[in-house]
Structure formats: C-alpha cells, structure tokens
Write a protein that binds this ligand. Structure first.
Ligand code: FES
Length: 160
C-alpha cells in the first residue's frame, strides 16, 4: 500500500501531506511531552513553593500585635512569617517572644504560667520562659528569640 497516494508532487511549492508514520511520531512525541510535564510540574511547583515561602519568611522583619491588654503571666500564640511564635507577658510587665517551634523535632511548644516555663509535650522538652534557654529534655538548643517593644499600645515583635 502506498502512503503517498494523496501527497502532491514534489517541486510544486506545497508541503507534502503528512504520512501515517509522521502522524504517529508527532502523536507519540506529544504524548511523551505531556507525560514529562505531568511528572515534572508537581516537582517544579513544590520546589517553587518552598523557595517562595523561604523568601516570604525572610522578608517579614517584624509584626505589631494588639496585645497590650494581654494579662500578666499569660502568653499569646501568633504567626511570625507564617510560623508559630509566642509572646509572653511576664508578671513584672516585661515581654518575651520566641519561635514556638521546638528545637528538638519541631513540635509547637506551649507556655505554662503556673510553672513559669515553656514546655514541649512531644518529648518533654523544657525551656526557660525568660530566656528561651533549653533547660531539660531533648531540645539541643534554645528557642529562637525575637525582640519586643511596646509602640503606641501595640507590642512589636521583630527579629533579633
Ligand atoms: S519535639 Fe520538642 S522535645 Fe521533642
């Protein structure tokens, strides 16, 4: 069977009609490209999202919290650049703020006012509420501290 029966003669300035073989090759190429795109896009999206988030987190330098009325010896959980953070209003009317991410395996820590400490329930890690220093349990290093200041009735938390 001749695949070129409907093809115009060479030399008349027109393109020859595609053969069945050419059509199958183009179709196979398009299917392959679609397959690669289907596999690659989620990876690209994941890596792009992680990079975007890191840039966004780095760009946040401070946050102003409406926490001036937070009672003494209480804590406020908030997000700093999309990550959990904690503002503590100490009984002497001073403030401390830390990342609320445990330095052991990344659980979110909680303030325990009755014991004056920050506790991680995952593996019993304990931090000092005044300094963020790791005092017992598995955490290998202190909580990341933030600076605090009171400006026009708001508590401003910024990177140290
Ligand atoms: S994750 Fe906090 S002590 Fe293990």
């Amino acid at each position: 069977m001749n695949e070129h029966v409907n093809a115009p003669a060479d030399g008349d300035g027109t393109m020859p009609a595609p053969t069945r073989r050419t059509f199958v090759r183009v179709l196979t190429g398009m299917a392959g490209a679609a397959y690669v795109a289907a596999l690659g896009y989620p990876v690209y999206k994941y890596l792009g999202t992680a990079a975007d988030e890191a840039l966004q987190e780095a760009s946040v330098k401070e946050v102003a919290l409406d926490a001036a009325h937070l009672p003494l010896n209480a804590a406020l959980m908030f997000k700093f650049a999309g990550r959990p953070a904690m503002l503590i209003h100490h009984s002497d009317d001073t403030w401390s703020a830390y990342s609320a991410i445990c330095t052991h395996l990344g659980c979110t820590v909680a303030y325990e006012p009755e014991r004056g400490r920050i506790h991680c329930a995952c593996h019993g890690g304990v931090y000092d509420a005044r300094s963020g220093r790791n005092v017992s349990g598995p955490p290998p290093k202190p909580l990341t501290p933030f600076q605090t200041s009171v400006v026009e009735g708001k508590v401003v938390v910024s990177r140290a």
